[in-house]
Design a protein around this ligand. Structure first.
Ligand code: ARG
Length: 261
């Protein structure tokens, strides 16, 4: 009898607690039930995600809109710094990480990834006239990059001296202010940001021909979302094969590089 009362009390407590503390509508699982797809993004990354008149736009936003259309979901965009995207996904705070995210083995330990849709590269940006003309010349030079990115990880793992910044514009400014000698950043974002800078300034930035690395982009989801990953993969693989993804890159005036794997 005592056991039954104890059990009932535990149940009552659980129910009260659920009513009081559960039902948090900002949480992704609740949103999933309401058919929303909440994405986490750092919109400092043209042409993949950037702000236009205060609105987040870009290649990955177009891809996510297509995915939502196919899955009958409503896209909800949450903006944050890049170094909050992957931790937020692993913690289950958002449904999908959409941020030019490189798929790699280390990250696969903390979250699921969709199939890759693009093969990117890490570009080296310097000020015109710099004595750095190749990757080898970077030795002993200070490099800027964005916090939490593969550029940061690569530079640290390979013994480069870095200065990391939460936002890409700040990493770029470290180079233009002369605080660092080079800036390592994903290739298409490098092109977009360098073009924009050069159009507005007398000192020019230059992207070196030699890349640091190449790496595939995909979208990140929390463990437990295998079914949604499978649905997204079917669409992504179809769109990589039939040219839909390439057509989106073309619309943005970009050259498309299909994923290697
Ligand atoms: N591809 C790199 C990475 O996954 C950089 C991504 C940065 N994305 C951004 N939206 N700022 O680490």
């Amino acid at each position: 009898m005592k056991k039954i009362i104890a059990l009932l009390l535990t149940l009552m407590f659980a129910v009260t607690c659920f009513a009081a503390c559960g039902g948090d509508s900002s949480d992704a699982t609740a949103d999933e039930a309401s058919n929303k797809l909440v994405i986490a993004t750092s919109p400092d990354f043209p042409p993949f995600e950037y702000l236009e008149n205060g609105k987040v736009v870009g290649i990955e936003i177009d891809i996510m809109n297509l995915i939502c259309e196919e899955l009958g979901k409503e896209l909800v965009i949450k903006e944050m710094n890049f170094d909050s995207v992957l931790p937020g996904i692993s913690a289950g705070k958002y449904d999908v990480g959409v941020s030019g995210i490189t798929i790699n083995e280390k990250r696969k330990k903390n979250s699921l990834f969709t199939a890759p849709y693009y093969e990117a590269a890490q570009a080296i940006v310097v000020v015109e006239g710099s004595d750095i003309a190749s990757k080898a010349d970077l030795e002993g030079k200070k490099i800027s990059c964005q916090t939490g990115t593969t550029a940061e990880a690569y530079c640290l793992e390979n013994g480069y001296t870095i200065s990391a910044f939460e936002s890409n514009p700040d990493a770029q400014m470290a180079l233009t202010n002369g605080k660092v000698k080079a800036w390592v950043i994903d290739n298409l974002t490098a092109i977009a940001m360098v073009e924009d800078y050069n159009a507005k300034n007398d000192t020019k930035l230059v992207i070196l021909d030699e890349y640091m690395t190449t790496e595939p982009y995909g979208f990140a989801l929390a463990f437990g979302n295998e079914a949604l990953v499978a649905e997204m993969d079917t669409l992504i693989n179809k769109w990589v094969a039939d040219g839909t993804i390439e057509a989106i890159f073309t619309e943005y005036g970009e050259t498309y590089e299909a994923p290697k794997a």
